[in-house]
Design a protein around this ligand. Structure first.
Ligand code: PLP
Length: 396
């Protein structure tokens, strides 16, 4: 179908929550490359916003999905599901968690985490501990509770009254966090590395301080690893950069390699608060989603994509730092692994993103002054060299 016909149909029938989109529609892809309706190809350095960790059409993922679809797509969690049990086992064996629950998205996994934290205290006869502290500039999802958890007014402003008892404090400010803790506090929820606000890192001292405060006051620590988890930052999980462990954490995005699935993971002590009837999902953890998750996670582990994310991330960041020495418009390059924000000193992020697109590179922008890169974890040195050679030519 011609691009213009797709645009016309979209404008007539699709709710306009995404505004005027980039003028392209992709038909297929392989590896780092996406092909558009007009035959033009693009190097994907955004990976569907940290989703396509294996790149496009990885044979192991495609085969797992097609094989599973031929057998059974969905039954219900009223019955035992082999793929669900296997994916839960693989996640537990590779993380600090003891138990897993599957959802369909990051927001849904976070909703589950919030419910679990509140339930934990309710079942300990402390029903007044329901308040959740999050960080400013965080992003936890678009449902009403996760919007309340999200520390960015722009997402919340039209949806009041928000779910009550969430408050946010500045990142890397332990005094602010300590000052926000009350007898009602049940959990602190944060992204080890913030994604949607343009790649903001928590410091090691801060994260140790947060863990200590949680232990001191008996507060649960929830990490939202929806974006930074599963190898994105050069470790399998973001928390592994800090030498501390969360009590509960969430995953989504890369978990299905592009197939929708989210997960809520917790240590036994907290996971056991969920008893029969306390939580559920019609689609969450169905055979097809879990077959995709099993394939995606197996590829991430077996093909050493975490290690590749680490080494390629270091290389990409160092090349960008080199570029910044000759282009003063870049005022900071921050990130870990392949989760990278390029801070600009002037509001030209959208212009740069457009120039990249026109030349066949997909990158993201956050606001007007941050370019964000979240490439598939399979990226090579030669891909990086190709991108850097172009990117360095478009900076003022
Ligand atoms: N949490 C984080 C850290 C995210 O980056 C996102 C999405 O960008 C979400 C939660 C929401 O995930 P989803 O869009 O799958 O609901």
């Amino acid at each position: 179908m011609e691009l213009q016909s797709i645009i016309d149909m979209d404008q007539n029938y699709f709710m306009n929550t995404y505004g005027s989109r980039t003028q392209v529609c992709f038909t297929h892809g392989e590896g780092m490359t996406l092909h558009a309706t007009d035959g033009k190809t693009y190097m994907d350095l955004l990976g569907g916003i940290a989703v396509n960790a294996l790149g496009h059409s990885h044979p192991a993922l495609v085969n797992a999905i097609t094989d599973q679809a031929k057998k059974i797509i969905h039954c219900s969690s009223l019955y035992y599901i082999e793929q669900q049990a296997k994916l839960a086992k693989l996640l537990v064996e590779n993380s600090c968690a003891d138990k897993v629950f599957f959802a369909n998205s990051g927001a849904e996994a976070n909703e589950g985490a919030i419910k679990l934290a509140r339930l934990y205290f309710r079942k300990k006869d402390q029903p007044d501990r329901f308040e959740i502290i999050t960080l400013e500039k965080s992003f936890h999802g678009r449902t009403l509770a996760t919007l309340a958890a999200t520390g960015q007014e722009k997402y919340q402003k039209n949806y009041s009254p928000l779910t009550p008892k969430f408050l946010s404090v500045p990142i890397n400010d332990l005094d602010a966090l300590r000052g926000a803790i009350t007898d009602y506090t049940c959990a602190i929820m944060l992204e080890p590395i913030q994604g949607e606000s343009g790649v903001n890192l928590t410091s090691i001292e801060y994260m140790h301080g947060v863990r200590e405060l949680c232990d001191q006051y008996g507060i649960l620590l929830i990490f939202d690893e929806v974006q930074c988890g599963l190898g994105r930052t050069g470790k399998l999980f973001g928390y592994q950069h800090y030498g501390i462990e969360p009590d509960i954490f969430t995953l989504a995005k890369a978990l299905g390699g592009g197939f929708p699935i989210g997960a809520l993971l917790a240590k036994n002590q907290f996971a056991s608060s969920f008893e029969p009837g306390d939580h559920g999902s019609t689609f969450g953890g169905n055979p097809l989603a879990c077959a995709a998750g099993l394939a995606a996670l197996s590829v991430i582990l077996d093909e050493k994509l975490v290690e590749n994310s680490f080494t390629m991330g270091e290389y990409l960041i160092s090349e960008l730092v080199k570029v910044s020495k000759t282009s003063p418009v870049i005022t900071d390059v921050r990130g870990k692994g392949l989760m990278i924000g390029i801070q600009l000193g002037s509001p030209i992020a959208k212009e740069l993103t457009k120039k990249c697109f026109d030349a066949g590179f997909l990158v993201g922008s956050v606001g007007n002054d941050i370019v964000r890169l979240l490439p598939p974890l399979i990226i090579t040195k030669s891909d990086i060299d190709t991108f850097i050679a172009f990117f360095s030519t478009i900076l003022p």
